[in-house]
Design a protein around this ligand. Structure first.
Ligand SMILES: O=C(O)CCC(=O)C(=O)O
Ligand SMILES: [Fe+2]
Length: 347
């Protein structure tokens, strides 16, 4: 007997119903998950292929990294190239200090300037694949093994577990949309994904409330899908499609991953799948350290951005065209570079 599915404010599904079934059963499980992506753009999955134990160990490694001395994290060879004005690439690898990335809500947003005036209070460590075109284009930037022994091996192994889970989810989406199960997977052969460890430092609650600092302002993700691991602090919210401008609290659910559709896949699906706005706000009151200042707890989260092979050109899926394709063909490279360019402060 599978155990009861925990409760959440957004759809939550037992992924083993998809992974461990065939035929009609599999189709039913996939259709339910795809329905959630059509409506909310977000779904929680429990009983997926990555164990709670391994995820917990990943968070332990993330803490170890962010607790390294500041000088170790900010060595020039470790800093993300996108933070360096002399570099032309927009490739995320290595360490990004607090205040550099600002996720825009919308590329044409008139308010982008004022949004950017409020720094996102977070720092990040990002990795790509350890082999293949993604690695050749921009090698990973790790601290020396002597500084944090085992970090590189563990995160590399986790990268491939998350990639496999991503491919299973893309199969599920394809089946749920009535397509060949490898329709999307065949555009993700390079595993050119982005794996991001985030630390939101403890901040004054009043500052988040007053809007003088933010955790992550409202944005959509760029890629195909995002698989998010979060700790138990909370703060993630997803826009309520029934009431735009209001948000649903995406409470932490142990052992789950939160999966969301990115803009690239939304475009590719001719807007059948929804890429939805989300943000990270102050955590609930009980996650505030009790002292005079009301400092919110430090929060750790780990998104894994599944991204398509850069050279492949996608056009709106024929079967989803309805009364016509809404977008011209685009290569993943063109699209992702365009989005990334708008993300970093210096550009
Ligand atoms: O920290 C989180 O929970 C979400 C982060 C996020 O949305 C992102 O990095 O795109
Ligand atoms: Fe996001």
């Amino acid at each position: 007997m599978p155990s009861a599915i925990p409760k959440a404010n957004l759809p939550i599904h037992d992924f083993s119903y998809f992974s461990n079934s065939e035929g009609e059963e599999k189709l039913k499980a996939a259709t339910e998950i795809v329905d959630a992506f059509k409506t909310y753009g977000f779904v929680y999955l429990v009983n997926h292929s990555i164990s709670t134990e391994k995820t917990k160990t990943l968070f332990d490694w993330s803490k170890k990294f962010f607790y390294l001395p500041y000088d170790e994290r900010t060595k020039p060879e470790l800093l993300c190239p996108a933070t360096d004005p002399k570099q032309s690439g927009f490739v995320a690898r290595g360490y990004t200090p607090v205040g550099v990335e600002k996720l825009p809500q919308n590329l044409d947003d008139q308010g982008l300037k004022s949004l950017r005036a409020v720094p996102d209070s977070k720092d990040m460590f990002e990795m790509g694949p350890d082999k293949g075109v993604g690695q050749e284009r921009e090698p990973n930037r790790y601290p020396p093994d002597a500084v944090i022994p085992g970090f590189r091996d563990f995160t590399t192994s986790f990268f491939w577990d998350a990639h496999e889970l991503g491919m299973d989810i893309l199969r599920c989406i394809a089946i749920g949309l009535g397509l060949d199960e490898n329709y999307f997977v065949s555009y993700h052969e390079d595993a050119d994904n982005l794996f991001r460890l985030i630390r939101y430092p403890a901040v004054e609650r009043a500052a988040i409330k007053a809007g003088t600092t933010a955790r992550t302002t409202a944005h959509t993700d760029f890629g195909s899908i995002t698989i998010l691991f979060q700790d138990d602090v909370g703060g993630l919210e997803v826009e309520d499609p029934a009431k735009p401008g209001t948000y649903i609290v995406a409470t932490p659910v142990q052992g789950s991953v939160i999966v969301n559709v990115g803009d690239f896949l939304m475009r590719w699906s001719n807007d059948v799948l929804k890429s939805n706005l989300h943000r990270v706000v102050e955590p609930p009151a009980d996650r505030v350290l009790s002292n005079d200042m009301e400092i919110t707890k430090e929060r750790f989260s780990i998104p894994f951005f599944v991204q398509a092979d850069r050279k492949k050109v996608v056009q709106c899926v024929k079967e989803l065209e309805g009364s016509g394709a809404k977008y011209p063909p685009v290569s993943a490279e063109e699209y992702l570079n365009m989005r990334r360019k708008a993300t970093f402060k210096k550009f």
